[in-house]
Design a protein around this ligand. Sequence first.
Ligand code: CP
Length: 307
Amino acid sequence: MQHLLTTNELKVEEIYQILQDAQRFADGMTWRPNGKLFSANLFYENSTRTKCSFEIAERKLGLHVIPFEVQTSSVQKGETLYDTVKTLEAIGVHTIVIRHSQDRYFDDLVGKVNVPIINGGDGCGHHPTQSLLDLLTIYQEFGRFKGLKIAIIGDIRHSRVARSNADALTRLGAEVMFSGPEEWFDSHSLHSSRFLPIDYAIPQADVVMLLRVQHERHQKKGSFTASEYHQKFGLTIEREKKMKPGSIIMHPAPVNRNVEIADSLVECSRSRIFKQMKNGVFVRMAVLKRSLESLNGGYINENAYSE
Ligand code: CP
């Protein structure tokens, strides 16, 4: 059984395998597991992209998606995450996607459940499928990771995207630079990447990856207004003009327009923000395929592939 909980647990060759499968799905490959299989998406935190693209990915693979909403489930009667997952496992769900506000919520599940868990984001911890779709987007653009300079800019401390990407990109040979408000920088759980002033990082970056300001995770109110943040730490029109030729803009979204990035740059020619979302479906198909293939090996149809 193959969970996907963090990028750290994936070997480099496994990352490339997932990206290769995702690209094949993007190029039109169809793959179906044998039998009638069920999936459930447990989102204890809000989501548009991750939840909807997992659901599309599941349907494209022919899975039957069990409707599950935290607000109308027995979670409201106090049922724990563990008992919820054990219940879904008992009634026959074959794969479960979970997003939860608690860092490493999955530590309570691993070793105790027999259904593959795919992490759709845990607190400030990890967001492995976002990282994989970011990697696919970068690879499609440059055909490599080695030697690329990636500037990750913004609310680093509260960003599970920054943590997952810093780990994966560094191991794949890219150089990660961080920038943003120093009070939101936390070097402890991040790789030994450099923290640079934004106007030094942007002109040398191949990828400018902006992060959402995550107000919901802040203990106290920030010391700047939205407009001050934009001028000090955002991708303004003036800063975009200083980007390298051929460099691209990324953002996991949702975007706070005119805060992390100027409104008009969200859909500019350098922006890959909507491409990232599109790639999210293919990456999630590849991750689901990996989990389902690990289930006794028994669900795989010999004629499952067609390109
Ligand atoms: N990027 C991302 O995780 O978006 P959602 O919160 O909408 O899923």
